[in-house]
Design a protein around this ligand. Structure first.
Ligand code: F6R
Ligand code: MG
Ligand code: MG
Length: 359
């Protein structure tokens, strides 16, 4: 019997501004999913202004009924609540009006995996706000390829062979599989450019799914600025996969990601508790939450708020210091993104105005 985990998310309106998701949206989404007969179990949360639906079922990935259920939640709550209460950017991520079988390409972010449940299957879901899909590149590399992060790569015979990384070129839409440890330099050459090359999935050498991410590029889909992707990632842990603590370890360092204010600034990726998943300072800083649970007979058992822990206080402290340091650059790079990576710019208008003044 195979089990599927689908995480489908969308920003259907922030309150206030782009800071967070109103509790009414979360409560109503919970009610709808609890009543659904299409799925076996669900967990609803938010990260910043993104509403996150975690669902377990037996229908596989890219299933029409599952995608339709998520789309109906987003569309229904946009009409019933976000628009009525005039939340900011109501229905922001619903780029198309008619559902046609799959939410991919319609605005919401999707990360799904299907697997045969092991004797025990711990699953961790990470959800981010104010950053791009490539933000998972650094932690995924550390989790599955870096022995200084993951002790099991060296000392667990079941992990010693390494992993396979599936990398998407967001510009061409093509993917390439690279193995670790054999091809780590090639892998790093690509994923060190996270705005273009995005780790889409990780597999064991036996081809068991270990991790998946959402890899939508909203800006390319919409052809205009509609916010960063605010991606999600799902990881399986233990017994041949990295331990829960090895999956969490990279987040002890608040590395720089692009996004933050107006999707156009670099800032520290800050691990926070679900209670602190609100973007505040300069619309951020970019945040990540983690929820872990056991998947048991297609049910979600014992969910835990993984970053609600003093062990991550130092990362938060460092993030505050890094945010201060970066903010002091104001409109200068490298705080502000390079011109071609900014989500919107006044540059053409400024250049037009100054054209005659350039001598
Ligand atoms: C970033 C984001 C926000 C907005 C900013 C301006 O992804 O959503 O930082 O870009 O608040 O929003 P507008 O232009 O809607 O006032
Ligand atoms: Mg928003
Ligand atoms: Mg968002």
């Amino acid at each position: 019997m195979k089990t599927s985990v689908s995480v489908i998310k969308a920003d259907i309106g922030g309150c206030p501004g782009h800071s967070t998701c109103n509790q009414k949206l979360i409560d109503n989404a919970k009610k709808i999913l609890k009543k659904s007969r299409v799925i076996n179990d669900s967990y609803v949360t938010h990260c910043g202004d993104d509403l996150e639906l975690i669902m377990t079922h037996g229908k596989g990935v890219n299933n029409k009924e599952i995608h339709k259920l998520a789309w109906n939640v987003f569309e229904g709550l946009t009409d019933k609540i976000s628009k009525k209460e005039k939340y900011y950017g109501a229905g922001q991520d619903l780029l198309k009006s008619a559902f046609s079988g799959n939410v991919k390409g319609m605005g919401p972010g999707v990360a799904e995996m299907e697997f045969e449940e092991r004797k025990s299957d711990p699953v961790l879901v990470f959800m981010a706000d104010k950053t791009e899909s490539g933000a998972w590149n650094l932690p995924l590399y550390k989790i599955f390829a870096d022995p200084f992060n993951t002790a099991g790569l060296v000392i667990d015979p079941h992990m010693h062979d390494g992993f396979i990384f599936e990398v998407l070129d967001a510009r061409t839409g093509k993917t390439v599989n690279l193995t670790s440890p054999e091809e780590i330099y090639d892998l790093l050459a690509l994923i060190g450019s996270p705005s273009r090359y995005i780790i889409k999935a990780v597999y064991s050498k036996k081809k068991d799914i270990a991790s998946v991410t959402s890899t939508q590029k909203l800006s390319q889909m919409a052809g205009r600025y509609v916010g960063k992707d605010d991606p999600v990632m799902v990881c399986r842990a233990q017994s041949g996969f990295p331990a829960v603590g090895e999956v969490l370890e990279p987040f002890a360092f608040p590395f720089l990601v692009s996004g933050w204010m107006r999707g156009s600034h670099n800032g520290p990726f800050t691990p926070v508790s679900q209670g602190n998943a609100r973007c505040t300072r300069f619309d951020g800083p970019p945040r990540v939450i983690g929820v872990g649970f056991q998947v048991t007979n297609r049910k979600i058992i014992g969910h835990q708020d993984l970053f609600d822990d003093p062990a991550f206080d130092l990362a938060r402290q460092k993030s505050g210091e890094t945010a201060d340091y970066m903010r002091r650059h104001g409109p200068f790079q490298p705080h502000r993104l390079p011109d071609d990576e900014m989500e919107y710019t006044t540059m053409p208008a400024v250049m037009k105005k100054l054209r005659g003044k350039f001598k």
